[in-house]
Design a protein around this ligand. Structure first.
Ligand SMILES: Nc1ncnc2c1ncn2[C@@H]1O[C@H](COP(=O)(O)OP(=O)(O)OP(=O)(O)O)[C@@H](O)[C@H]1O
Ligand SMILES: [Mg+2]
Length: 700
């Protein structure tokens, strides 16, 4: 079996954004309108996904040699019991498998092996990742601005936004906020429809959806699938996993991929599935919803339910009339898998797969990236959205500004009018150290909100909305006014209550010192957020790093006294706190004179104190110290960029290597032998389906 790709941690598909439907604004259709022969043909052959187990246990096969294809103009349902591998199949096709699994087989897009990531396809995941502070209309409008062509006029763009709102039935809640931890917003079903709206907005050539109807009532589910069918009829390829659709919803699908424990039970036209089940000996009763029947026949969990009921003697009458109905679901499932393999449906599928595998590029549409907006428009849109989010999210900056004001007042009252006495030497230095080195530490408080924004970034990046550089730059620009506000309130309150120095230029330096220090903490937390998966771990790791940086800032242990190896160089050298404190003390003390310890002795000069008391060299000016903080700030931002880029580019390569190594090891192990498609009776407790047939519901 050929290795196609390693489990691809974070890369994946994205909003095709390749054009518009015929009814939509003219000028951005890409030639895949209804009736066009061009489109996205997706083929997968011998697709297996395994969860390697390097200890003695067996290796779990999540998908087992699947074959299938998807064509433009059609909508496919992936159905199967919970845990059957629906999401895994979608993730494998979209190149979004998690890192711990290994994929083998071929995935061909228009006859070619191609990584379907970062804008090649659109993927609506099971989890809705949205900015809670935005309204439904704002969310769709920003998404449209980020991705629709820059050449499109404002009116055209607005009309697409309004059409999409109506198309997804979101008109009633269009101006309501989505909601977050402190704000009750739109319902779960509305969120789901909004997530779908964001992806169909650009009419992507290939659209994946993971359970788009979960949490929706039957009318909404019908509405959503009908809309998806319309998208497909527009010449797009739509693949969606779905849980127990109603018969009306099921009838909307063109193709069906029925999965059970990672194996194909049926793949073909949805309307032929009933015929296949009848041929296989498990016909669908006339008054039963076909999808319910299919799932009931293949869901091995029914065996456990029946066993429990039998055990508790709640199940007594087992009709014996139909011999097939006396088989266990596990056995029926295995029969279906076997029958499908040699059925006309499988033969037909194999033939079509062969045809589609050799399809020329001339049949294919040009694969465009997820966004057709210019870099500048993306930046402008992101800055606007991010600024709006920051101004509406109380936890992002507002709460911090309040805390900074409160703490500044505390500092101001504790060190009030510090003066030039002998004791003021220590008071001034410790106050400066507290403000630049420790108060800035409170910037960690905005981390949870930043992590939320990062989640949206990851989703949008995977769907190809915009690049890493645009995100980083937009975040810096939109956070700038808030950081300036924090700096000004902190700097002004503390500077003038403590009465550091009357000269305005010293006040400006004091504020610049605070601003750069806070910006460094923000950037450091961004680096942490890109490396650590959740915000609790992020806060712990971030606080730990900051603790180390503070310890080496030259306040708790003077810089010359720090152990040279490691702590002085490089740690204190890389610590923004050491530069911040050096610059702050120089800014305050140089040029001042202080009372001596004993009256009558000469006054103590600021420069002397800096050198002798604090061990700070005066070979460079305070502006060099400030420049060093700016350099650290730039380094952190570049590091953040490099990490995000590295995750995108290099990690798939590492994962391919991991997959190759894992497969080499696994092939040596007996547990990796191909699983028999027909399960052994010895290992599967069998309980007949007839016992379930006697019940209205298999559950008590
Ligand atoms: N990265 C992974 N690591 C370990 N196990 C995994 C991983 N991905 C999937 N699985 C396992 O593979 C099986 C299939 O998972 P999958 O999420 O594809 O099921 P599903 O059909 O989408 O289920 P549901 O309908 O509940 O969403 C499950 O048993 C799951 O625990
Ligand atoms: Mg799933």
């Amino acid at each position: 079996m050929e290795i196609e790709a390693a489990a691809s941690g974070t890369h994946g598909g994205g909003g095709g954004g390749s054009g518009g439907s015929s009814e939509r604004a003219e000028g951005w259709a890409d030639g895949v309108g209804s009736g066009s022969v061009k489109g996205s043909y997706l083929v997968w052959e011998d697709l297996s996904v395994v969860l390697p187990n390097f200890s003695d246990g067996p290796t779990k096969r999540l998908l087992n040699g699947l074959k299938g294809f998807a064509e433009p103009g059609r909508i496919m349902a992936i159905m199967g019991p919970s845990g059957s591998g629906k999401s895994t199949l979608l993730d494998a096709l979209a190149g979004r498998l998690s890192r711990n699994v290994v994929m083998t087989g071929n995935i061909l897009f228009n006859g070619n092996k191609k990584r379907l990531d970062y804008g090649a396809i659109a993927y609506v995941t099971q989890e809705d990742v949205l900015l809670g502070t935005m309204s439904v209309r704002e969310t769709i409008a920003y998404s449209a601005n980020l991705r629709l062509p820059t050449t499109m006029s404002k009116e055209e763009l607005n009309s697409i936004v309004e059409e999409t709102i109506i198309e997804m039935g979101l008109y009633d809640c269009a101006d309501r906020l989505i909601g977050n931890w402190h704000l009750r917003g739109i319902s779960g079903g509305e969120k789901k429809r909004l997530s779908i709206a964001l992806e169909i907005l650009t009419r992507p050539c290939l659209l994946f959806l993971d359970e788009p109807t979960s949490g929706l009532d039957s009318a909404s589910a019908f509405f959503v699938v009908q809309t998806l069918r319309n998208v497909a009829r527009d010449g797009r390829t739509v693949i969606s996993s779905i849980h127990q659709p109603s018969s009306e919803v099921f009838a909307l699908f063109d193709d069906l991929f029925l999965l059970s424990s990672g194996e194909t039970v049926y793949f073909g036209e949805a309307k032929n599935a009933v015929e296949f089940f009848a041929e296989a000996g498990v016909p669908c009763p006339s008054r039963r919803n076909p999808s319910d029947h299919f799932l009931r026949c293949i869901n091995k969990d029914f065996d456990k339910v029946t066993a429990t009921l039998k055990g508790s003697l709640k199940l007594r009458d087992v009709p014996k009339s139909d011999p097939l109905m006396n088989l266990a679901t596990a056995e029926i499932r295995a029969t279906l898998v076997e029958k499908y393999r040699y059925s006309k449906y499988a033969t037909r599928a194999r033939k079509r797969i062969q045809e589609l595998s050799t399809i020329g590029e001339d049949h294919a549409i040009e694969m465009k990236s997820g966004s057709q907006a210019s870099w500048w428009k993306q930046l402008l849109t992101l800055v606007r959205r991010s600024s709006l989010n920051m101004s509406r999210d109380v936890g992002y900056y507002w709460l911090r500004i309040i805390i900074y004001i409160v703490v500044s007042i505390c500092v101001g009252t504790i060190y009030f009018d510090v003066g030039n006495s002998y004791t003021a030497i220590y008071a001034r230095a410790s106050c400066t150290a507290f403000i630049t080195g420790f108060m800035t530490f409170m910037s960690i408080g905005g981390f949870p909100s930043f992590v939320e924004e990062m989640k949206v970034f990851y989703k949008e990046r995977l769907n190809g909305y915009y690049g890493v550089s645009v995100f980083i730059l937009s975040n810096f620009i939109s956070s700038f006014p808030f950081l300036v506000a924090i700096t000004l309130v902190t700097g002004t309150i503390t500077y003038y209550t403590v009465k550091f120095r009357p000269e305005f230029s010293h006040y400006v330096f004091f504020c610049l010192n605070i601003f750069t220090s806070i910006s460094v903490i923000e950037s450091l937390m961004m680096v942490v957020a890109s490396l650590v998966p959740n915000f609790l771990m992020g806060i712990i790791v971030g606080a730990g790093i900051m603790g180390i940086l503070m310890m080496t800032s030259g306040f708790f242990r003077l810089l010359p006294d720090l152990p040279k190896l490691f702590w002085r160089y490089p740690v204190s050298f890389l610590s923004f706190g050491s530069w911040g404190i050096q610059g702050g003390i120089k800014n305050d003390l140089i040029g001042l004179e202080f009372d001596p310890l004993f009256p009558g002795e000469p006054k103590l000069k600021g420069a002397y104190i800096i050198r002798k008391f604090y061990g700070i060299p005066l070979d460079h000016s305070k502006w060099w110290d400030l420049s060093a903080i700016v350099a650290i700030l730039i380094i952190y931002r570049i590091l953040f960029f490099v990490i995000l880029k590295f995750k995108e580019r290099a990690s798939p390569l590492f994962q391919t290597l991991y997959a190759k190594r894992a497969l080499q090891q696994l092939h040596k192990r007996p547990s990796f032998r191909k699983m028999p498609s027909f399960p052994s009776r010895r290992h599967n407790p069998l309980y007949s389906l007839s016992s379930q047939e006697g019940l209205g519901s298999p559950l008590p």
